[in-house]
Design a protein around this ligand. Structure first.
Ligand SMILES: *Cc1c(COP(=O)(O)O)cnc(C)c1O
Length: 406
């Protein structure tokens, strides 16, 4: 799953280019930087590799989401429909611009269930934000159709799915804008970093300015820049961008390894007929960072998780249903509005709605799901051993639970 597994000479070389000049900032210092522009180079490389017109780097995936929302004009009073299964950062970003999170259910794609999105639309809805979790994708066509019908903005959170595609298009490049994360555990890492992808020049320009205090970047004298609107400092540093540049060049290698290992593990687990698989709207586009699978019931899944723990093979097998960060069930701090600063009234009301909301549709999916993280460095022997150990536990649990009758 994470690019940090294959960190080496290439990353060191790019970082050293920056250290040679000592210009760690992405803007200005045109003379002393001696033609080294790692952030600009990475933005260009992202556009070329992923097939979009514009990319704006930021300090993180979270700030990429905040920047994208600002650029798309999402703010106070606007509702953003997002899934119950995501990283809590997606919700934090919505709150950060004063907007209102509305949580819809996921289906067995582990992403937004289109009917649940439809049901959540109100006159205040401004944006639909699918989150392409665990290397695979939402049903993008169905969501685009809904957005078109209701004149809504589509913002893709593709932070976990760099390099994954839907019908040949890179995730993050299909909606009005999309975001990537390059934090330390993502497919491509900068250490910390993120990007907004878009095909709209206007949206890109806004992202460029907003992520740097509203600077218009029109001249060569930073002090003389105009500020057409307010912004923040969400800039990436040259050092981080340098790492990302080396990593992005390895993306195809990462994808080939991930996909190969994912399929090898799937072939082993396929011996268990009771296992079913995550629905992937475009299987060829799955980046292979995870293999996500379902067991027949919550009870069996919990017993398998316990079995994995007992056998020391739980690491890398994620039971999101019990996870504090990725699933709505345990986001008590969010539901109870534990914020250091005052949230606005519609936000507080929305959080109360979420606190009382029935997520049984999502629960039915998530309580039976385990995602196995795919590592780049696995050997075929390791995959074989891991798969066999997993199958043993699963079969022993199934026989105890009389699963044949399920
Ligand atoms: C990682 C992640 C983010 C945030 O990215 P950071 O770079 O860690 O800020 C947002 N959304 C999802 C789905 C993520 O997995």
């Amino acid at each position: 799953m994470p690019g940090f597994e294959l960190f080496g000479e290439e990353e060191r070389k790019e970082v050293n280019d920056v250290l040679e000049t000592g210009i760690l900032m992405r803007y200005g210092f045109d003379g002393p930087r001696k033609g080294i522009w790692k952030a600009k180079e990475l933005e260009k490389a992202l556009c070329e590799r992923l097939g979009c017109a514009y990319a704006q780097l930021t300090s993180s995936g979270t700030t990429a989401l905040t920047t994208a929302m600002a650029a798309l004009g999402i703010g106070a009073g606007d509702e953003v429909i997002m899934p119950s299964f995501t990283f809590v950062a997606s919700v934090e970003a919505v709150l950060s611009v004063g907007a209102i999170p509305v949580i819809a259910d996921v289906d067995d794609t582990l992403t937004l269930k289109p009917e649940s999105v439809r049901a959540a639309i109100t006159p205040r809805t401004k944006c639909v934000m699918p989150v392409h979790m665990c290397g695979s994708m939402a049903d993008v066509d169905a969501l685009l159709k809904i957005c078109k019908e209701h004149h809504l903005v589509l913002l893709e959170d593709a932070c976990q799915s760099t390099g994954a595609t839907y019908k040949g298009k890179a995730l993050g490049t299909i909606g009005d804008a999309g975001t990537l994360s390059f934090d330390f555990v993502k497919t491509v890492t900068c250490g910390e970093g993120g990007a907004i992808l878009t095909n709209s020049e206007r949206t890109y320009e806004k992202c460029d300015h907003f992520s740097d205090h509203g600077h218009d970047h029109k001249g060569v004298d930073r002090g003389a820049d105009e500020h057409p609107f307010l912004g923040y400092n969400f800039r990436i540093s040259e050092l981080h961008a340098a790492v990302g540049l080396a990593q992005l060049r390895k993306l195809d290698q990462f994808l080939a390894l991930q996909r190969g290992h994912q399929q090898a593990l799937k072939a082993i687990l396929s011996q268990v007929p009771e296992i079913t698989w995550r629905t992937v709207p475009d299987p060829a586009g799955d980046s292979g960072t995870f293999l996500s699978w379902f067991l027949p019931t919550q009870e069996i899944t919990e017993a398998v998780v316990e079995g994995f723990k007992a056998k020391g093979i739980l690491a890398g097998n994620f039971y999101w249903f019990n996870n504090n960060w990725h699933y709505i069930r345990k986001w008590h701090h969010l539901k109870e509005g534990h914020s250091l600063y005052a949230l606005n009234e519609p936000q507080l009301q929305a959080l109360e709605v979420i606190r009382q909301q029935d997520f049984s549709v999502s629960d039915t999916v998530m309580s039976r799901c385990i995602s196995t993280a795919i590592q780049l460095g696995w050997t075929s022997e390791q995959i074989e051993a891991k798969g066999r150990a997993m199958v043993e536990v699963i079969q022993s649990v199934l026989s105890k639970h009389g699963a044949a009758a399920v």
